[in-house]
Design a protein around this ligand. Sequence first.
Ligand code: GDP
Ligand code: MG
Length: 450
Amino acid sequence: ALTDKLSRIVKEMRGQARITEGNVADMLREVRMALLEADVALPVVRDFIARVKDKALGQAVVGSLTPGQALVGVVNRELAATMGEVDESGALKGPADINLAAQPPAVILMAGLQGAGKTTTTAKLARHLITKRKKKVLTVSGDVYRPAAIEQLKTVTAQAGAEWFPSTPDQKPSDIARAALDYAKKHYFDVLLVDTAGRLAIDEALMKEIQDLHAILDPVETLFVVDAMQGQDAVNTAKAFKEALPLTGIVLTKMDGDSRGGAALSVRAVTGAPIKFAGVSEKIDGLEVFDAERHAGRVLGMGDIVALVEQVTANVDIEAAQKLAAKVKSGASFDLNDFLAQLQQMNQMGGLASLMDKLPGQLAAKAGQVDTAKVEKDMRRKQGIIHSMTPRERAKPELIKATRKRRIALGAGVQVQDVNRLLKEFEQMQDMMKKMKGGGLMKMMKRMGG
Ligand code: GDP
Ligand code: MG
């Protein structure tokens, strides 16, 4: 499969210090294929690859990553930045929730093709606003073309625990909108969710109708609901809705399907509106705040491996790791200072639990049996013991005999056995480091991965 090929290329090209035209050509070709396979629209892919190349070329390859792994890091960061929202410094901002900054009732207008998931999402949003934001929510349907559609909204609104404002197929959508708005004001609703009609394809009369609704309702959010399985077609739909309406956000539905979700990239690029939510099931609670970082791995088709590379490059103290690697390579001895540095690196990577979450398949299953809280507590205790040693003791652990052990145990608030256990473990680690030659955390992790 494509993804296997991508993974293989990622592992190749070891021992090169920089990302260059030469060493990434194959890799970029595979990334391009991966994006096309994920149904990202061609112009969006072209643009994206050009930006990645620009950012990646000349980048130093840190730690014991290969240029391929480093490039995956760049691709992933850029993917997340393209699908998510970044601040002035270019850093990814957290996922955006619904904006309710309006004189109540805050109106949310739902737009999108028929079958995109507007009615379902309306109810899911009602539920989200009730449970997470403690709002009083009213829904109304402007879909007068299909009697069943109004009934459908009534049913799902009841499931959400919100109130439904009645409408009938013989009314005009604009009249329904006015009546619902009036009712919401009189009864102090915080939010009015307006479900609308869709068509199977873009249709001028439909666009005119929803533009009228927009003018009457003056919504604080105009959400474009789009089916993630729609793939390439999503681009044209998004273009048409963007031209008709000032979209403030996107909801990508059916993300539980087997699509790789490339539509996210295209739709975000075409509309410029933030992706706010992802629909992940047909059920009322199947709505998640969109997380660009997590979605990037899915689009690339490399899931958690990407996350692992990311986390390691972002948080390992690169300099310390390199120093350590150099030291081991040169045959110098691995001392307690280095051991402490390793323990600290583990902490910086977000703790053991978060690291284990990112491990691939089989290894994760094994890791799942570990009591991470206990291990982390143990790691903190070990650090405490090393902190209670003098610099000389750390550099020359063989100095640590009975009296020193007692002093260290007292200082760290542990038993002498704990100090003994740490020293024993250190010796084993020292042994392993000697065998590994040029090790470091990445290598250790790879070894763990078999
Ligand atoms: P509308 O025509 O835009 O109002 O679309 P509907 O809300 O009626 O949804 C169309 C179909 O898609 C229904 O069968 C929904 O149950 C289904 N659906 C909507 N959102 C999701 C989702 O996130 N996941 C899954 N699996 N199905 C969804
Ligand atoms: Mg509907």
